[in-house]
Design a protein around this ligand. Structure first.
Ligand SMILES: [Zn+2]
Length: 283
């Protein structure tokens, strides 16, 4: 499942193809993804210019010349493919349409952006740009972990008195937007905090230490995603899924990578999700 760094990587990959460019034609091949798609979606996305391509949490936001914003969520298995776009020495011809190509954007310069989603947990919606912050998907979101509103005072305040495990609290999108299971496991390992510890019982000092760790973990992953963008043109034009080595995620039974720790990574299940951690150095 794509998390914030993967979505940011997709956005960056789309920038040269979509931002400032005219969408000449949009094809919408089914009435719904996870939820019903907006009325007259194809029409509202034809002959419009993308004035900016932004990201909020795990949503890609395309601001349009019509005063609307297209909200794109990749869900569990959503993929975005670019074809027909000349970048450097690489050129992907338009591939034959595939079964799960649900929405296809044809850009003015011949590039094609295809949204393919086999499981259809993804979603797209259109809203007026000025009302975006009140959109039901956007309104409940906490601050961006890489933005200024997220800082140690804010996090200390939100965790105070909470009886839920710190792992669950960090996954709560009302507290921080865009952090998912993989990167929360990595953050807690780097911070030396057990995923089982109650959120309200993490000391102020350790909460303060966690803020830059959250930013570092995400920035490093975004950087790894950036490297993958340089490679994708040589493969099949698909954006956003890259090989990334995790210190604890999916490393059950492996030796702990913390310097000087001889522990082993274990897996437990919390709120239905796997937590990977080292019981020796995460307290
Ligand atoms: Zn350890």
């Amino acid at each position: 499942m794509p998390e914030l760094p993967e979505v940011e990587t997709v956005r960056r990959g789309l920038l040269p193809v979509m931002e400032g460019k005219l969408i000449k034609l949009t094809a919408v091949n089914r009435p719904d993804l996870r939820w019903p798609l907006p009325d007259r979606m194809a029409e509202r996305l034809t002959d419009v210019r993308v004035t900016a391509l932004r990201r909020r949490s795990k949503y890609i936001l395309a601001d349009l010349s019509t005063g609307e914003t297209l909200i794109i969520h990749l869900g569990m298995s959503g993929r975005i493919l670019i074809s027909g776009h000349q970048v450097g020495d690489f050129h992907h011809d338009h591939p034959a349409p595939e079964k799960h190509d649900h929405v296809v954007f044809d850009m003015e310069d011949g590039a094609r952006v295809t949204f393919n989603d086999a499981r259809r947990f993804g979603h797209m919606d259109l809203t007026t740009t000025k009302d975006l912050e009140d959109h039901w998907l956007i309104k409940p979101l906490g601050p961006e972990p890489l933005g200024n509103a997220f800082n140690e005072d804010y996090l200390t305040d939100r965790l105070r008195g909470r009886n839920t495990p710190i792992k669950t609290a960090l996954l709560d999108q009302h507290i921080i937007a865009g952090l998912g299971n993989i990167y929360v496991c990595e953050v807690l390992h780097r911070a030396g905090i057990s995923p089982k510890r109650k959120a309200g019982q993490v000391s102020k000092t350790r909460v303060a230490q966690m803020v830059p760790i959250i930013r570092d973990v995400l920035r490093e992953a975004i950087q790894a995603g950036g490297s993958s963008l340089r490679d994708y043109r040589q493969t099949d034009g698909e954006l956003g899924y890259f090989q990334h080595t995790f210190r604890v995620y999916d490393q059950e039974g492996q030796p702990c990578k913390t310097h000087g720790c001889d522990g082993t990574i274990s897996r437990i299940v919390q709120s239905g999700r796997s937590s990977f951690y080292c019981a020796q150095c995460q307290r």
